[in-house]
Design a protein around this ligand. Structure first.
Ligand code: NAD
Length: 355
């Protein structure tokens, strides 16, 4: 059993902790927490051992009935590997702590790529993390783009990718973020940082990205145009290729899922924890081919798409399973399977034919 310490128990950290707990080959050793707030109480109620960032805050935790198991320093020393899910930039400050204890670590996409030997996506470059001590799971948007581009790159080659990212203003719990009534080019300069970030996974890829922020907390939406090197036979061939990807949910027309709101509703109806959608959500009708130019639109659930990638990064780093073994265990244990919307329709059609 791999003992995993989760340092930073916020939007990403709490989801990764629950995902680690669901794995047969790893366990949550404890979670690093800074303040004795509602999230700390939730962690304690789930049975996670809490390690405080600052010894001085121990009394604050005791006042709300939580006895800390130790400090983050102890958490790092006792863990086989750490997931650093602290806010962007704090991971870099934490790296010396991991080095001191010789504990390998998985950082998040808010950190600069130079923090780790590998910028990681389980679909695109799992094997590159095998001998690494530090890995960075790329951001939610870069994860979504890497998953989408990897099969296209393998089957047709990508001459040029152009992506407009319509980004959520903040997460649902980020009450101070905006815009609250605007659509803001962000950044106004081109390319946005997303293109170069995708190149940390695909160094030779030609990609330009444009970003803007809008007043929603639900999901990001990508409008994509990829010029392929080889022309596909037809749209169906491309659709079949993308449908074969385990972490790409293709949304069929019949489902009436018309945006991030219905996607979240669908996820909640399906009993997904926190309404999470770990897969890219790709509208099937948007897949359009004009010669070698492919167009489509996908939604990305920013709070959760990196969660399975973190689990796979843990296995890649510790080198005990291959990419396909790890991905299939992660998919199975988390329940990444409602990409089967299409199968459901096919099954219905089969039943009707049989009748
Ligand atoms: P968050 O603010 O929700 O959570 C961070 C947690 O770390 C909080 O609980 C905070 O109290 C705690 N913390 C702060 N300083 C700490 C310290 N010194 N030591 C330990 N804990 C500390 O942040 P998040 O959204 O979960 O983001 C974490 C990382 O994941 C960032 O790099 C971010 O860019 C990346 N990421 C975020 C999203 C997203 O949409 N939220 C998506 C993908 C990647």
């Amino acid at each position: 059993m791999l003992r995993v310490g989760i340092n930073g128990y916020g939007t990403i950290g709490k989801r990764v902790a629950d995902a680690v707990r669901a794995q047969p080959d790893m366990a949550v050793h404890g979670v690093g927490k800074r303040s004795a707030d509602y999230v700390a109480i939730g962690a304690a109620e789930k049975g996670y051992d809490l390690y405080v960032t600052d010894q001085a805050s121990v009394d604050d935790f005791r006042e709300v009935g939580i006895e800390p198991a130790g400090t983050v320093d102890a958490l790092v020393a006792e863990s086989d590997v750490v997931i650093d899910a602290t806010p962007a930039g704090v991971g870099a400050d934490n790296r010396p702590l991991y080095e001191r204890h010789e504990t390998p670590a998985v950082f998040q996409g808010g950190e600069d790529a130079t923090i780790a030997e590998v910028s990681f996506n389980a679909r695109a470059n799992y094997d590159e993390a095998e001998d690494a001590e530090y890995v960075r799971v790329v951001s939610c948007n870069t994860t979504g783009l890497s998953r989408f581009l990897a099969p296209l790159q393998e089957h047709y080659g990508v001459e040029k990718a152009r992506v407009t990212l319509v980004r959520r203003g903040g997460d649902p719990n980020q009450t101070g973020r905006g815009p609250i009534n605007d659509a803001v080019p962000d950044p106004v300069s081109i390319p946005s940082h997303h293109g170069p970030d995708v190149q940390t996974v695909f160094p030779a890829l030609d990609i330009d990205t444009i970003g803007l922020k809008v007043p929603t907390t639900m999901m990001h939406v990508h409008a994509i145009n990829v010029t392929l090197e080889t022309e596909p036979a037809d749209e169906t061939q491309v659709r079949d290729l993308l449908q074969g990807e385990d972490r790409l949910l293709t949304i069929p027309e019949y489902s009436d899922i018309d945006g991030a709101g219905t996607l979240k509703d669908f996820a909640l109806d399906a009993g997904r924890p926190r309404g999470d959608i770990w897969e890219n959500c790709l509208w099937e009708e948007s897949i359009t081919l004009r010669g070698r130019d492919l167009y489509c639109m996908q939604a990305i659930h920013q709070e959760s798409d990196v969660v399975p990638e973190n689990i796979d990064a843990l296995r890649a780093l510790t080198g005990h399973l291959t990419a396909s073994e790890s991905r299939s265990i992660t998919n199975e244990t988390l329940g990444i399977s409602f990409g089967r919307l299409r199968d459901r329709k096919d099954l219905t059609a089969d039943r009707q034919t049989a009748d």
